[in-house]
Write a protein that binds this ligand. Sequence first.
Ligand code: ASP
Ligand code: MG
Length: 401
Amino acid sequence: MKLVVQKFGGTSVANTERIFNVARIVTDTYKKGYNVVVVVSAQGDTTDDLIAKAHEIDLNPSKREMDMLLSTGEQISIALLAMAISKLGYPVISLTGRQAGFLTDSNHSKARIKKVDTERLEKELDQRKIVVVAGFQGMNRYDDITTLGRGGSDTSAVALAAELKADLCQIYTDVDGVYTADPRIVKSAKKLDEISFDEMLELASCGAQVLHNRSVEMAKKYNVNLEVLSSLQDVPGTKVKEVTKMEKMLIKGVAKDDDVVRISVVGLPDKPGIAFRIFSVLASKKINVDIILQSVGRDGTKDISFTVPTDSRDAAVEALNDLMENLGAHRIEVDEDVTKVSIVGAGMQSNPGVAAKMFEALYEADINIQMISTSEIKISVLIQKELGIKAMNAVSEAFIK
Ligand code: ASP
Ligand code: MG
């Protein structure tokens, strides 16, 4: 029998009416003769509200207890959705992450799935039940509840689709597919019929928030047939797959990541081994460095600048402070007033002039570029934070016709 995994995000199950709407989508699929596994997120802003509640008590609560708390959000959703599906007259059972067999490591709040033991789940499917699974959560080997990181329900769904060899994994959300840019802030954004795993991965890591990064990684690894579509409108969504047909479109997306800061180490001695020492100390603290720029040495000194995620700022500065005296650097500068705007597209590999076109669009919008980085299918620039939306629109208009 054919099997579909359908995942519904928080807005799709935000209230009773929406829950019944989801129940109808699920049972329509079931009626067509499919086995259906449903993965749900917490309703609406539940996860944010729970985090706020915890912070009323402690701004830095134990991560284990945080996972205990946040996992309740998804548990509410599975029970309510199962009730609605049952009310429509279909056989259904809800399962927590643990009951569905999600075994993870012990990295609370960012746990990684180690394996999914789907024996129980498959027994329920064999009885032709619709199985509703709590996304975002699992259990470690000590029997403690873990969560997979914000947005992690996508990864729960893809993991189940991979493990169960599902014919299709549908990610239902409040937009009707993957857009070239966030349509709420970029007027010229267009919906894509399809996008490759690699492009989707780059977009996700550049700040586009359609899919959880790890879900795309996993879908690529296990070649899961993935589709992003709307639970509120019955229109075709976006297919995410290994190779897409060659299109005229040079780029598939424009993304903005506000969650970066620029750190500069000024007045370093211009001699071998300096970059090595800086970046190895950051690596040892597990700090992800993104764009890197080193100035040309002058008068025996040079500067090295790089970006890190905002929440790594303090750790990075601390690590560098310890190193400063040893290196004989003059000072460390931190600039928070920056944002990273990126364009992504497999088409740029075989087309010269993409970078020039992006920089021209920024120049015409009078936007100064502070740093640049490129990869095979991505170009990122660092600019002043308040110009982020303007930059996205300018770049989008240049490329998306
Ligand atoms: N409820 C979790 C969150 O808000 C997980 C998810 O929605 O995927 O991040
Ligand atoms: Mg999400």
